[in-house]
Design a protein around this ligand. Structure first.
Ligand code: ATP
Ligand code: MG
Length: 266
């Protein structure tokens, strides 16, 4: 039997509500509507799901999707051992059986023929056929599917089919407003609000460069990294170079531009 407790979020994760996302998600969950979270990297999607699982007191099973993922990786497979063959449920099947919130992270990375296995679970059928095993799993009443993806990164080749997209309600995520983001960075790292506000101001400068030499602006995650170093008494300039400039770009001109933004504030 599966130990459900291993999938429980034990302590309340810190999640700063940004808009009406918690209310909307809870209503969607009550209707068992599958939900899609869209937004750039490091803006709080994963933290939000952990918080929701804790708030709803449901087990959470996270699956990181990738190109080589097969339907068997999600659903399960027969394994050979000394006594013969035995079936092993995949994470999606476990989630459907125990009534977990199942979080498919970066779902566009998976191939479309893999993604279609979620179709019967995300419409009125709420079941999962285990074709190789010859079993039809009916989803537990608490089961819900949530997926995340980063709009903009994927090419035309790598997008969800409309028949997949149109099985979900969607919530847009983005980097929060400056005061809220500073509050998050201060809370996560223990630095004071004045320093957190400066980090956020640097991020705003970099975000303006998105599409003008930068593929993506500085994420909240990187601001938290910067704050963590500053909290360890690293000189703010060095902390910013390591966490806000170097990870983002190798282009010397762009690095100079970002360094200049850092030097304006520290
Ligand atoms: N609203 C928020 N409340 C609390 N922390 C937040 C919030 N938004 C962002 N964070 C902080 O930013 C970090 C990155 O967020 P998270 O890992 O949830 O990003 P993500 O959107 O899942 O990114 P990716 O698409 O790369 O997986 C978190 O670890 C947390 O410290
Ligand atoms: Mg994430």
């Amino acid at each position: 039997m599966v130990d459900v407790d291993q999938y429980r979020v034990k302590e309340e994760p810190y999640y700063r509500t940004v808009s009406d996302e918690v209310t909307l998600y809870e209503a969607a969950y009550a209707a068992r509507m599958p939900v899609m979270l869209k937004g750039p990297t490091g803006c709080g999607k994963t933290r939000f799901v952990e918080y929701i699982a804790w708030k709803l007191q449901k087990p959470l099973i996270t699956i990181a999707c990738h190109e080589d993922m097969t339907a068997s990786d999600l659903v399960g497979r027969f394994l050979l051992d000394a006594t013969g063959t035995r079936w092993q449920d995949g994470p999606l099947t476990i989630a459907a059986r125990i009534g977990a919130i199942c979080y498919l992270d970066e779902v566009v990375e998976a191939r479309q023929d893999t993604t279609v296995v979620i179709h019967p679970l995300t419409d009125h059928r709420r079941n999962l056929p285990l074709e190789k095993k010859g079993e039809l799993v009916t989803a537990h009443p608490d089961f819900q599917l949530v997926i995340s993806y980063n709009p903009g990164y994927q090419s035309l080749m790598k997008d969800l089919k409309q028949s997949t997209k149109q099985r979900f309600g969607a919530l847009d995520f983005d980097y929060p407003a400056a005061e809220v983001e500073a509050e998050i960075v201060a809370h996560e790292t223990g630095i004071n609000m004045t320093v957190a506000e400066k980090l956020v101001a640097i991020a705003h400068r970099a975000r303006n460069l998105k599409g003008h030499g930068l593929d993506e602006g500085i994420s909240t995650r990187l601001l938290v990294y910067a704050g963590n170093l500053i909290a360890k008494n690293i000189d703010p300039k060095s902390a910013c170079h390591m966490t806000l400039v170097r990870p983002l770009t190798d282009d010397p001109d762009m690095r100079d531009t970002l360094d200049a933004a850092v030097n304006t504030y520290f």
